[in-house]
Design a protein around this ligand. Structure first.
Ligand code: BES
Ligand code: ZN
Length: 629
């Protein structure tokens, strides 16, 4: 038999896949490959950036950053391929390359913006080039920047800028290899209006004179998604020897009081999981339009002011961002498929830190709330989004992440802890952080390490196949732990008595209720409540007026579902003044589900100028499902 027809078929099939892989709507193989970053153009097998020197001028009037990025590169391959960098919406003015002392203009091509990755910047390099200097500008629509008007700040006098680079948005303000698999050190000079202060994920010095020119260095190698900058009318207040807060004067004292336990959190985490390797740990309190709860930018976590509840009830957020100093910033997911290595480990550590600092009862309640979040997602998500090692190809990672990498990841670690005991498990985590410190690893690297450590030492207790089931299958394996809280069981009984009318709301003794019990009380309500019940709750507990944003959020969801219009002014105020997407998306979804389309549209249009660009995008998909804006 001639082999020719077979060869022809093979060639045709190859040509098809080649064409498909080049087309705009990229076709992917069935499974993502471990260790491949599908969200970056960078040719990291040819070149590696090791250091970036930034000179950035922050222009509030044009809402652009004018930048010079000097990249130090290491050549890995033998060929003389172009250096390919990630960019999005950048204007590239010139590129020079050469060695440290002498650079010359070189030719470059900025590709079209093809998909969520942005545009590839291909730079022709002289054979011995070790330095590349890029002059560029950002766009006012940069996905990694939010420019705030004075009106959106606490002081109302000065504008504010912050970056949010995770997951694939550093490229919208610096051209670089924007993949978590590559680590860089950096230096920066930041030029701002002279009355403002710049802070970065670097060596901030609280005593620096406010003069409009600020210098930073970040000597530990970090992935690009941890590069961060904020500029505003910022002051500093120390909380402990290594911890402090940057914030506008108006919220500085409240923040320092709310987060006063940060130093204790830092000390206990070091004791159990090994030294804190980043020198200082400070917090930056952002204006309320910050789209996340927190962001673990090294040495300087970015924090939403919506957790300033006055009673430390929401400070697990700080424990979480601090914990990333080990799980995430020290040991980093090598691509966004492996995010659970960052967030799952961090969520597990968060619970442990909360227990160390606040005791067993709070630990149980925090875990039980996390488990409830996990259950909600397991009910709602498609199977393929329930894996820990999740296929995020072709999608913006920020739009895919749910509670799965967080709470399912943490539950897997909790199961392992339960099976082998805390002492052995803590020892394992300490060794793991040391083994992979300042590296980026895949799920499979973790599994290989687990196989040769804990699974070897605990063959009776741990089962390698079961752990793989947790990671590669949807749902949670049978017999998985189910964290519970005695305090919540009591709340369940009380809620039930109230629901059947056996007890009026004002008769319930809530004087000792922790925030978590309120949250559990409200989140466990049935979908439908009648007007009398809503009024009974609101009058007894002043829920519409609650100053705890988590409680207000849970209550507003109930109000929308049941058309309780006395809460609508508060709802509007909440949606307009807060930009934290975790609150916004469910509320807009609830409004749409309740067919309050006109109200959703009106409030969204009013709030939109104050939202982060990515928040606008995601919520307009909810409010305008037909015409994804
Ligand atoms: N690193 C995340 C935020 C993030 C994740 C940004 C993925 C972009 C892509 C941060 O540590 C985080 O998890 N924040 C949570 C708070 C936490 C207590 C669950 C948030 O912002 O809600
Ligand atoms: Zn996190």
């Amino acid at each position: 038999m001639s082999y020719r027809p077979l060869l022809t078929i093979v060639m045709l099939v190859c040509a098809f896949f080649f064409a498909a892989s080049c087309s705009e709507t990229e076709e992917y193989a069935a499974e993502p490959q471990s260790g491949v970053d599908y969200h970056s153009f960078a040719n990291t097998e040819d070149y590696r950036i090791t250091h970036v020197d930034m000179d950035l001028t922050v222009d509030f009037s044009r809402k652009v950053i004018v930048g010079i990025a000097t990249l130090r590169i290491e050549r890995l391959g033998d060929g003389n391929n172009a250096l390919i960098l990630d960019t999005r919406d950048l204007t590239i003015e010139s590129v020079h390359a050469g060695n440290r002392d002498q650079v010359e203009a070189v030719s470059f091509t900025l590709g079209d913006s093809v998909d969520i990755r942005g545009a590839a910047l291909a730079i022709e390099l002289p054979a011995d080039a070790s330095t590349v200097v890029i002059h560029y500008q950002t766009s006012p629509a940069a996905t990694g920047l939010q420019w705030l008007e004075p009106q959106q700040t606490a002081g109302k006098r000065h504008p504010f800028l912050f970056t949010q680079a995770q997951a694939i948005h550093a490229r919208s303000f610096i051209p670089l290899q924007d993949t978590p698999g590559i680590r860089i050190t950096y230096d920066a000079t930041i030029r701002t209006p002279s009355e403002l202060r710049a802070v970065m994920s670097a060596n901030n010095d609280p005593d620096t004179e406010k003069n409009g020119v600020y210098s930073f260095s970040m000597p530990q190698p970090i992935p690009a998604y941890l590069i961060a900058l904020a500029v505003g009318d910022l002051e500093f207040k120390a909380m402990g020897p290594r911890t402090g807060v940057y914030a506008e004067q108006e919220v500085l004292d409240a923040a320092a009081a709310e987060f006063a336990d940060t130093e204790a959190m830092l000390e206990i985490t070091e004791e159990v999981y090994g030294p804190y390797r980043w020198d200082r740990y400070d917090l930056l309190i952002l204006p309320p339009s910050f789209p996340f709860g927190g962001m673990e930018n090294p040495r300087l976590s970015f924090i939403t002011p919506t957790v300033l509840a006055g009673d430390k009830s929401l400070v697990s957020l700080i424990a979480h961002e601090l914990a990333h100093s080990w799980s995430g910033n020290l040991v980093t997911n090598s691509s966004w498929r492996d995010l659970w290595l960052n967030e799952g480990f961090t969520t597990y550590l968060t619970y442990r830190i909360m227990q160390f600092v606040y005791g067993d009862e709070r630990y149980q309640m925090e875990m039980a709330l996390g488990y409830a979040d996990l259950q909600t997602d397991l009910d709602d998500l498609d199977d393929h989004d329930e894996l820990l090692a999740i296929d995020v190809r072709g999608r913006d990672p920020n739009e895919v992440f749910s509670n799965i990498p967080y709470e399912k990841g943490a539950l897997l670690l909790y199961e392992m802890e339960q099976k082998i005991g805390r002492e052995a498990f803590d020892r394992f985590l300490l060794d793991y952080f040391n083994e992979f410190a300042f590296q980026s690893i895949t799920t499979e690297d973790f599994l290989a390490y687990l196989d040769r450590t804990l699974i070897m030492s605990h063959p009776q207790e741990l089962d390698a196949d079961r752990i793989r089931e947790w990671i590669y299958n949807p749902g949670i394996p049978e017999g998985a732990p189910h964290p519970q809280s005695d305090a919540f069981t009591q709340v369940d009984t009380i809620r039930q008595a109230w629901l059947i009318g056996a007890e009026a709301a004002e008769k319930i003794d809530t004087s000792n209720w922790a925030y978590h019990q309120w949250k559990h009380f409200l989140d466990g309500m049935p979908d439908r409540l009648n007007r009398d019940q809503l009024e009974d709750l609101d009058q007894a507990f002043k829920l519409t007026a609650s100053t705890n944003n988590e409680i207000a959020f849970s209550w507003l969801r109930i109000a929308i579902r049941n058309d309780y219009e006395p809460a609508y002014d508060r709802l509007e105020d909440f949606l307009v003044s807060i930009g934290r997407n975790k609150f916004l998306m469910p509320l807009y979804r609830d409004l749409m589900a309740a067919e309050k389309v006109a109200m959703a549209d009106r409030i969204f249009q009013k709030a939109k100028p104050g939202y982060h660009p990515l928040t606008v995008k995601r919520n307009s998909q909810i409010v305008y499902p037909e015409s994804a804006e």
